[in-house]
Ligand binder design. Structure first.
Ligand SMILES: *Cc1c(COP(=O)(O)O)cnc(C)c1O
Length: 354
């Protein structure tokens, strides 16, 4: 059986041999007592990379975002966030379910941004009938908008507006290093205007588990309490943090290769009869595409046939796919993916009448 090419997500990445070695030899202690030297080292390194005072190692990006919301907001407060945001769509409604925090949804523009006017208009009045506006969330890169990159100038302008309006700014930067590499600037500069930022170690950076939430010392002290409340206080977590340190030290710059392969994938898939590529010039590591109207299969059926050829893609909607490039997809993987799509669509093309 040939090896499978898995483009469903960059979360499928496995720890590298260097990470395994670092995990095996990691110095550990009880992190709930603050005594795990490897976790402490990861948190300091993450904070430095984000240009913030402190970091907090959490088991997932979802917990990082939720701990941030709980540290910024009280019950009855409101978040202004994009309608296509991960925090709204894909985090099980945690801010409402566990925080009693309401959401005001504003449209995400095709580039992943939220219009400044929309933020300004979303802010509530002092009237006691209304929730209290507290927090703005941006996502960078923006997953559902196609792995799009928000610029530093845009984030700075949202930061200025948030200050003017008395709001906090959180960035869901699950893939902030993809954004920084795409822009050619350090991540810390990109998120300077944010009060807090979460990023994932376990996606394109290939660590097995974990995210880091960063912000001011005082904010992280509150988030630390929220992590405990959420059951995310871990003990000898240094075995995981060790892989995260290798991720931050060695896996960031190479993300440019994933972006180049995503561009190549988009260009080549655009030439396959039956496919229509939505992200013709991907800005990071994601390609979104859909089936042409004439194709007599839907996305899950195409997924099944592709998987039999050893290529897994994410059927993101009834007729659409998301393909995510990462460390374990090389040039040959791109060729095989294009070949598998061609084969599946040629087969169904032949049975079409006329
Ligand atoms: C993956 C992801 C998260 C967090 O996901 P976890 O699976 O909980 O680590 C948050 N935001 C975005 C945009 C993501 O892609």
């Amino acid at each position: 059986m040939m090896e499978c090419i898995d483009l469903r997500s960059d979360t499928v990445t496995l720890p590298t041999p260097e990470m395994r070695a670092a995990m095996a030899s990691a110095e550990v202690g009880d992190d709930v007592y603050g005594e795990d030297p490897t976790v402490n080292r990861l948190e300091a390194l993450a904070a430095e990379k984000m240009g913030k005072e402190a970091g907090l190692f959490v088991p997932s990006g979802t917990m990082g975002n939720l701990a941030a919301v709980l540290a910024h907001c009280a019950r009855g407060d409101e978040i202004i966030q994009g309608s296509k945001g991960h925090t709204f769509l894909f985090e099980a409604g945690g801010s409402a379910a566990l925080g009693g925090v309401h959401s005001f949804l504003v449209p995400n523009q095709p580039d992943g941004s939220i219009r400044l006017e929309d933020i300004r208009e979303a802010v509530r009045s002092e009237d006691e009938h209304e929730p209290v506006s507290r927090l703005v969330i941006l996502e960078n890169t923006h997953n559902r908008c196609g792995g799009t990159v928000l610029s530093k100038a845009y984030i700075d302008s949202v930061g200025d507006l948030a200050k003017e309006l008395g709001l906090k700014l959180h960035i869901d930067g699950a893939r902030i290093f993809n954004a920084a590499v795409a822009l050619g600037i350090p991540a810390g500069e990109l998120v300077r205007a944010a009060d807090s930022v979460t990023f994932c170690l376990s996606k394109g950076l290939c660590a097995p588990v974990g995210s880091v939430l960063c912000g001011s010392k005082e904010f992280i002290a509150r988030a630390h309490r929220m992590r405990k409340l959420l059951g995310g206080g871990m003990r000898q977590a240094g075995v995981l943090a060790a892989a995260g340190i290798v991720a931050l030290e060695t896996m960031i710059d190479r993300l440019a290769e994933d972006h180049a392969r995503a561009r190549r994938l988009a260009e080549e898939l655009a030439l396959v009869p039956g496919l229509e590529v939505d992200t013709l010039r991907p800005q990071s590591n994601m390609v979104y595409l859909h089936l042409a109207d004439w194709v007599p299969l839907d996305a899950p059926q195409v997924y099944e046939r592709m998987a039999r050829l050893g290529v897994k893609v994410d059927a993101a909607s009834r007729r659409g796919f998301r393909l995510v490039t990462h460390y374990y997809v090389d040039d040959e993987g791109i060729e095989r993916t294009v070949g598998a799509f061609k084969q599946v669509l040629a087969e169904v093309g032949q049975v079409l009448p006329g």
